[in-house]
Structure formats: C-alpha cells, structure tokens
Design a protein around this ligand. Structure first.
Ligand code: SF4
Length: 223
C-alpha cells in the first residue's frame, strides 16, 4: 500500500469534517496558563477553567502570584489533582515575573531562535508544547504535533513508534518534513485537523475507522 501524503490526508479530513477549528489561545502567556490550569481535562472543561481563572483571579502574573491557595485550587478543581495545578499556576506566574519581568511576549521576541528555551522553563511545557506556542503565536513555522496528531500519523505509516515519546515525535516530524508548506497558516491548519481527527475519530482506544475518510489508505485500519 502506498502511503497517503500529508496534503492528501488533510484535504480529505477537511472535506469530511469541515475546516479546522482555530486554536483556543494564541497569546504565549495565555497558552502557558491554558496548559497548566487543569490536568487531564477535555477542551470544554479546560476552557471553563481558563474562563474561571480570568474572572476570579485575572491572568496578570501579579494577580496569580498574589492569589490565595484556596482561590487557585478552586479554579483547578475542574480537572484532576487541583492542589498540584494550583501550585503550577503560581509557579508559572513566579517564573514569568522572575525570568521575563512579567512580559513573556517581549522576552520571546528578544530571544529569537532561543525562544523555546524560555518557554520550557514553565511547568508542563516541553519541546512539543513550546513549538506549538511558537507556531500559534506566528513565531515559528514548524508542525508542532500534539499527541492526537502524532498518533494519526503513526497509524497512517509515517513512522514507527520509538521507545520514548520524544524520539517518536522527532521521527514523525522528520518523516513528514518534505510534505509541509512552511507557512504558519498552513501548519496551524494541519496541526488542528490532525488533532481533531485523533481526538474524535482515530482515538487512542475505540478508534472509529468505520467513519474515517483515511481508511482506504490506512495500514492500521481495524476494518
Ligand atoms: S482508519 Fe482507523 S486507524 Fe486509520 S487513521 Fe482512520 S481511524 Fe485511524
């Protein structure tokens, strides 16, 4: 079976399920808080928690650093392990105040090619998360897959799973590199279409191959 190309897969996903949703947040500081506000929550609960944070505390670093433990815990209670998440929110605020003088945007602009290093100082932000924030904020032209999109491309045969998530991520990005259009809008569309497909259809368990438009070209189809 010849492997489907990434542009073909994306067009098919778009025709079947509609255009990609825009990213929930694009501002880097908001993205750091978005990742940290709850643990193991779906998009809806994450969005609820983020709105609760905005309304009850605000998202200014000083406001979060000065909020009580109980207030931050109440925000994080929409997901799992609220005590830990409350600590993480405070750690985010203290990090941006200490390392960036409260201005993450300005620090990323000043850092240029080293911007990823700044982002990885925050809790829950590794290489994939940093690359996603840089893509969504228009600073970097890299596909920046998250776990759902990565799973889709593995099942489609772009690369085999490696012993670690980091190695798998790099292997898939390398395999797909010749098929990318290096424009931010194209890459965000690709990221979002793959993410949605992995979240809704090509799920980690109970994948719905029967309604997948990629099924005729998928070596991992369960049909
Ligand atoms: S056919 Fe099944 S395994 Fe393959 S991409 Fe579609 S949902 Fe995933």
């Amino acid at each position: 079976m010849n492997r489907i190309t990434l542009p073909q897969a994306l067009d098919r996903l778009e025709r079947a399920f509609g255009p990609a949703e825009p990213p929930a947040v694009t501002d880097p500081w908001e993205a750091v808080l978005w990742e940290n506000v709850v643990y193991l929550a779906d998009d809806e609960r994450r969005s609820q928690a983020f709105e609760t944070l905005k309304q009850t505390v605000g998202i200014a670093p000083e406001a979060i650093a000065g909020a009580s433990d109980a207030t931050l815990r109440a925000v994080a209670a929409l997901g799992s392990m609220p005590d830990l998440r409350a600590e993480r929110l405070r750690e985010c605020a203290e990090t941006v105040l200490r390392e960036c003088d409260g201005d993450l945007d300005g620090s990323l602009d000043a850092a240029g090619a080293q911007a990823g290093r700044i982002l990885k100082q925050f809790p829950s932000i590794g290489d994939p998360g940093a690359e996603k924030i840089l893509l969504f904020s228009g600073r970097s032209a890299i596909l920046a897959l998250e776990s759902n999109g990565l799973r889709v491309l593995i099942r489609l045969g772009f690369a085999d799973e490696q012993p670690s998530y980091a190695a798998t991520y790099r292997r898939v990005l390398s395999a797909v590199s010749d098929e990318l259009t290096l424009e931010t809008a194209w890459l965000i569309r690709a990221h979002q279409l793959l993410r949605r497909h992995g979240r809704d259809v090509c799920r980690r368990t109970r994948r719905a191959c029967i309604r997948c438009p990629l099924e005729p070209d998928c070596p991992a189809s369960e049909l």
